[in-house]
Design a protein around this ligand. Structure first.
Ligand SMILES: Cc1ncc(COP(=O)(O)O)c(C=O)c1O
Length: 385
């Protein structure tokens, strides 16, 4: 067994979920997914594909028509992006791993902005890279980037900068100007940027393209930039395991080789479902985002009214990330909330040591009443102590 693997921490979110799974009385908000099933027309496309007998391998990089459709979708949001820059992957998390496999040698230095979804910091360690964290800092419940600190951390020895905005768990987002500054700096240091933009469409600010600022808006096609996307969030397709990458065309063939040795290709019926999802995104995504915004706008004020809670409304994503004053051990409090209050949240220290004392609440709930009920349970639990 490699020491790097033995050293990997088990998921603290799972640890909490395992304590409560199977208990009917628990209101679970611990995982990052909506409780709404994939829309019918997307499911039908997958079923129809199986019926037609599409049970074979596809091209490593994905069905040509899906790569074209993704290129058209990305072009509509970010300007001209050709299909030669697209690889279809068996999930967003697989896209992230492929990007790191393509770019990282053992011993390479990686800088990651944290708190962040733990997979993004575990994957470089699996590959034997060295991880340096740059921490966002909380101010009045919102987490902010100290740009000077980030720029000082990324030097010519930094092979890869990993960032995720809109961010899971904090809801932190980047402005276009900040993206430009980071890109300019990384051009100077020769550092690759891996931008996890799976939440780009789950953005609550008013923008012309209803999308968070993306590195694709500021970069040139040949910049050292890989952007990772997923079908999970904007199309309600977590269980299908489908994602994609946008990268310089010169990298795409290399990633195709890696896909061969990882999964060979995404399953074809899944790709067929993904194809109609991107083609008919207007039938899904705006509705999902409007509902998430309603969820956020109901949950956050209720949480803000709870004494001892610090939280700010996220500009993007599907999470309320809050500090509970007087509780220093997130994992302990998350487990107690499950067992004593029937409320399932993710512990903040699953995302970074500096988020100790914080809790993450996924507000992607079809039924707004569940969110209200969850806050009542939190209040009741706090009052009973
Ligand atoms: C920040 C971030 N990136 C990537 C993913 C991966 O999504 P998937 O593997 O379901 O496509 C997630 C899922 O929660 C996420 O939160």
């Amino acid at each position: 067994m490699r020491q790097a693997i033995a050293n990997l921490e088990e998921s603290k979110i799972r640890e909490v979920a395992n304590a409560g799974m199977g208990r009917a009385d628990v209101l679970a908000f611990w995982f990052g997914e909506s409780d709404e099933v994939t829309p019918d027309f997307i499911r039908e496309a997958g079923i129809e594909s199986i019926r037609r007998g599409e049970t074979f391998y596809s091209h490593n990089l994905g069905l040509p028509e899906l790569r074209e459709a993704i290129a058209a979708y990305a072009t509509a949001l970010h300007g001209n992006i050709g299909s030669e820059r697209i690889a279809v992957t068996s999930s967003g998390v697989s896209a992230l791993m492929l990007a790191m496999q393509a770019l990282l040698d053992a011993g390479d230095e990686v800088v990651a902005i944290t708190p962040v979804w733990p997979n993004l910091t575990a994957q470089p360690l699996i590959l034997g890279a060295k991880l340096k964290r740059v921490s966002l800092r909380p101010q009045g419940g919102a987490w902010q980037l100290d740009m000077a600190e980030l720029l000082a951390a990324v030097t010519p020895t930094t092979k890869l900068l990993i960032l995720n905005a809109p961010n899971n768990p904090t809801g932190w987002t980047l402005t276009r100007e900040e993206q430009q500054t980071i890109l300019d700096h990384c051009r100077n240091t020769g550092t690759w940027i891996l931008a996890d933009e799976v939440y780009e469409r789950l953005y609550f600010e008013d923008t012309p393209n209803r999308c968070a600022p993306s590195f694709l808006d500021v970069a040139s096609p040949d910049d050292r930039l890989v952007v990772v996307h997923s079908f999970s969030k904007s199309f309600l397709m977590t269980g299908w395991r489908l994602g994609w990458m946008v990268m310089p065309a010169s990298l795409t063939r290399q990633v195709g080789k890696l896909i061969e040795f990882n999964t060979s290709c995404a399953s074809v019926f899944t790709q067929r479902a993904g194809l109609v999802a991107v083609q008919r995104t207007e039938e899904v995504t705006p509705r999902v985002v409007a509902h998430l915004k309603a969820c956020r706008d109901m949950l956050v004020p209720l949480l803000q009214a709870v004494p001892g809670v610090q939280v700010a409304p996220a500009r993007g994503g599907m999470y309320a990330f809050f500090k509970l004053d007087g509780f220093d051990d997130s994992l302990d409090v998350a487990k107690r909330l499950v067992l004593e209050a029937g409320l399932g949240l993710a512990p903040g220290n699953a995302f970074a040591p500096e988020a100790q004392g914080w809790l993450r609440w996924c507000f992607a709930s079809k039924d707004l009443g569940r969110l209200r009920q969850g806050v009542e349970r939190l209040q009741g639990w706090l009052a009973s102590r």
